[in-house]
Design a protein around this ligand. Structure first.
Ligand code: ADP
Ligand code: ADP
Ligand code: MG
Length: 503
């Protein structure tokens, strides 16, 4: 029995993990950096431990500090969330060595799948089709033209330790190959502390389709169907949906089997994701495996009806899977939009800062996984993603309509967000028709970065108007009759006179 879990993360994912713990009657421990003193995950947890300065390499990435907090709090298990130490094999090893349950796979699975070259080799040995490419690190510039002859241009140069869309370079002309390899190596070194790169054939116009898997300690492995993640900017997902509009029952079965095989090949335990590229002729290729909970896991939770964090905790506690493959079926359609504090109309510049006002969408078929609140200041030190908006509809079209409604209801002022950009995507023909691939954003960028004019005013205009009214009310320029008053039963009413109790 796990009684207390330390969540070695911050932001929305830390809150999301703690919510499930609360439902399961498990106490929660937060860790936080200087910049996160007022963060929601700290308020939500039963206990919280300060672990250092704001930069993550002085706090969330320091294994000793996390383990110290775990010891002090007497937590029995550690959940790594995603990002940070979640795919660090050494962290998993240290947690276990020091007597904690690590809620994730073995460090062997993490190191095999965390390195893209060994992951490709493992998948090939298991008989899974992989993106054609080199199976060894590119050590020098010799032999590059031979490689290009074998696969044909364009090719992708990729960092073996890469993640989050970083460390990927497209090469279209042979003359650029050498300099691209050199640049990729130094980029990989500074981003991941590892300069190994390899080459993959460039799959033109692919779909990114991934399979969620669950595996217990007894060798049972199932897949929970697919997520379509082709709406990407700079190789990073922005919108995900399940089922994939491209999927057929036959392809789902084949890809699902391949995903299960990949997990079995590394004796996987816990929740994981096997990513594939699918070309126009529906050929699929193994891309990588993420040995953790994925950002977009809620769409699977919605269409399959499984709490993936709960499943992770049960598996880590040594319980067998609660489901067989034949129990799994998809109901309806789910879409997730990642909401970032950034300005889509100024080259997606991050825009952290004070949240002046926030109204989140609610109602039938809507879930928001976030962590910001009114008066909270988004720190500059971390990923600018502030929340995820997940909607469900019985058919894909209903889900899109609901996403449009939810994005309309979502009001955030104080910082710029990607909401207007997401609204534009929901109104783009190829997205509505489900006919898009990983080039979608690039192909439609011009129309997508035009500010919307909903209600005759842009979102920025609306926040200026809201701020103006707020200011005028504060300096008492606006008086009755149109005052905002609170009735004794708490309902806000407008236009009433002072006869009602005024707070
Ligand atoms: P990938 O892009 O690696 O296939 P995901 O789509 O699940 O996988 O994205 C994970 C990415 O989320 C990380 O690589 C990182 O850029 C970002 N991230 C990491 N930690 C956090 C966090 N606490 N809050 C928001 N985003 C994060
Ligand atoms: P990361 O670890 O950063 O998530 P991935 O290997 O999963 O890296 O690739 C991220 C994205 O980059 C893919 O979803 C796809 O859009 C693009 N990509 C990667 N490799 C290729 C390839 N060989 N051909 C075409 N697109 C690719
Ligand atoms: Mg990936």
């Amino acid at each position: 029995m796990i009684k207390k879990i330390l969540v070695a993360n911050r932001g929305e994912i830390a809150v999301r993990v703690m919510r499930t713990c609360r439902e399961m009657g498990i106490s929660t421990v937060a860790v936080y950096s200087e910049a996160d003193r007022k963060s929601l995950h700290v308020r939500y947890a039963d206990e919280a431990y300060f672990i250092g300065n704001s930069p993550s390499n002085e706090s969330y990435l320091v294994i000793d500090k996390i383990l110290d907090a775990a010891r002090k709090s007497k937590a029995s298990a550690i959940h790594p969330g995603y990002g940070f130490l979640s795919e660090n094999a050494e962290f998993a090893r240290r947690c276990r060595k020091e007597g904690f349950i690590f809620i994730g796979p073995s460090s062997h699975s993490i190191s095999t799948m965390g390195d893209k070259i060994t992951a490709r080799q493992t998948a090939m040995n298991a008989g899974i089709p992989v993106v054609p490419g080199t199976n060894r690190e590119i050590l020098n510039e010799k032999g590059l033209s031979g490689i290009v002859k074998e696969f044909g241009l364009p090719v992708m140069i990729k960092a073996s330790a890469g993640g989050g869309g970083k460390g990927i370079r497209l090469v279209k002309n042979e003359k650029d190959l050498k300099s691209a390899v050199r640049a990729a190596k130094s980029e990989a070194m500074s981003a991941f502390g590892d300069d190994s790169v390899y080459i993959e054939k460039y799959i033109s116009s692919p779909h990114h389709i991934e399979f969620q898997i669950l595996a217990d300690k007894f060798g049972n492995v199932i897949h929970l169907c697919e997520r379509e993640c082709s709406v990407q900017r700079r190789h990073q997902k922005i919108i995900e949906e399940s089922p994939s509009p491209l999927m057929t029952p036959g392809l789902r079965e084949k890809m699902g089997e391949a995903a299960v095989k990949a997990a079995k090949a590394v004796e996987y335990e816990g929740a994981g994701t096997v990513e594939f590229l699918v070309d126009e002729d529906l050929n699929f290729y193994f891309l990588e495996m993420n040995t953790r909970l994925q950002v977009e896991h809620p769409i699977t939770e919605r269409v399959i009806g499984v709490d993936l964090v709960k499943a992770q905790i049960h598996i880590a506690a040594g319980e067998p899977l609660m489901y067989k493959q034949s129990d799994i079926c998809q109901l309806g359609h789910a879409i997730e939009c990642r909401i970032y504090a950034e300005d889509p109309f100024r080259n997606f510049m991050p825009d952290p800062g004070l949240i002046r006002h926030i109204t989140e969408p609610t109602g039938l078929g809507i879930r928001t996984d976030g962590y910001v609140y009114e008066g909270y200041e988004i720190p500059i030190f971390y990923d600018p993603m502030i929340s995820k908006l997940i909607v469900w509809g019985i058919r894909r079209g209903d889900a899109i309509d609901r996403m449009k409604r939810a994005l309309y209801e979502y009001k955030i002022s104080g910082v710029k967000t990607s909401i207007p950009f997401l609204k534009n995507i929901m109104n783009t023909r190829s997205f509505i028709d489900g006919k898009y691939n990983t080039h979608f954003i690039e192909d439609n960028l011009e129309t997508l970065i035009k500010p919307g004019t909903e209600c005759g005013a842009t979102c920025e205009d609306m926040s200026v108007i809201a701020a103006f009214f707020d200011y005028m009310t504060k300096i008492k320029m606006f008086q009755s009759p149109a005052q905002s008053v609170i009735t004794p039963d708490g309902w806000k009413e407008y236009g009433k006179r002072k006869s009602i109790t005024r707070l």
